[in-house]
Design a protein around this ligand. Structure first.
Ligand code: 1Q0
Length: 214
């Protein structure tokens, strides 16, 4: 495990995702990005072989952060307000990436798809046997989700990187919430929140026919 692992705590990621859903069942953008930033920090601790993944995640996080720091920041407070604003103003490329290659909607969709993988991966970790291989859990859940959106070359590179993952128990201990059992318990608490964020976003994107944005 590379140096710096101690700076990550699953608790922070958990807190961020629990803060995402508002009373009106809207998904708040800032804690969503904070959750991803925590995950990227964790990924960076796992070694440079994962940097092509974390770089892409960081690029996407920054695109949305830039909208949150722009004059239109209020429009990007929640995923609902972002979708409404970008669609009403013709700011989303619906057929082909052209005039608005980095719309908030298409960028967020990439993170949203990755959240689906995360949800399945964490569930696999939580319910896995003590001696199960993280690399197997990771590749199975990746193949069942995100891989469907990636070209061959990325799937191949991801498959190679997954082989570098530590065993399940080392992985759980890296989460810095105590023993492997305690980490499993915390995953059990965190997952319903992550699932809820995923579900609300999925419904919103389906309703506006945005699930295939180029
Ligand atoms: C623990 C191992 C981590 C494995 C991560 C699995 C995801 C593999 C994704 C491979 C992405 C490759 C880079 C480029 C992809 C882009 O082509 C693609 C599409 O974007 P675009 O602009 O070309 O249309 N981008 C994506 O699909 C976004 C991918 C973001 C992946 C973010 C993954 C961050 C991972 C965090 C570590 C999670 C650790 C979980 C345990 C922590 C406990 C809470």
């Amino acid at each position: 495990m590379a140096a710096g692992a101690e700076t990550f705590s699953l608790r922070e990621v958990l807190v961020a995702f629990t803060a995402c859903v508002s009373e009106q069942r809207e998904v708040r953008v800032d804690p969503y990005l904070a959750g991803w930033k925590g995950l990227v920090r964790f990924l960076n601790c796992l070694g440079t072989i994962f940097s092509f993944i974390s770089k892409d995640a960081v690029t996407k996080i920054e695109i949305i952060e830039n909208y949150r720091n722009s004059d239109q920041r209020e429009k990007y407070l929640t995923v609902q307000s972002m979708v409404e604003y970008e669609l009403a103003n013709g700011l989303v490329d619906l057929q082909k990436r052209s005039e608005h290659p980095d719309s908030g909607c298409r960028t967020f969709l990439r993170l949203h798809r990755a959240l689906h993988w995360l949800q399945m991966f964490l569930e696999g970790l939580r319910t896995g046997e003590d001696n199960s291989k993280t690399s197997v859990i990771c590749s199975e859940t990746y193949n069942a989700s995100l891989a469907n959106y990636h070209p061959w070359i990325i799937r191949k590179a991801a498959g190679v990187a997954f082989c570098a993952l530590p065993t399940r128990n080392t992985f759980l201990e890296t989460m810095n919430v105590g023993t492997a059992e305690e980490a499993v318990a915390m995953l059990g608490e965190a997952l319903p929140y992550i699932c809820e964020v995923y579900k609300i976003t999925e419904e919103l994107y389906a309703q506006h026919k945005l699930l295939d944005l180029p």
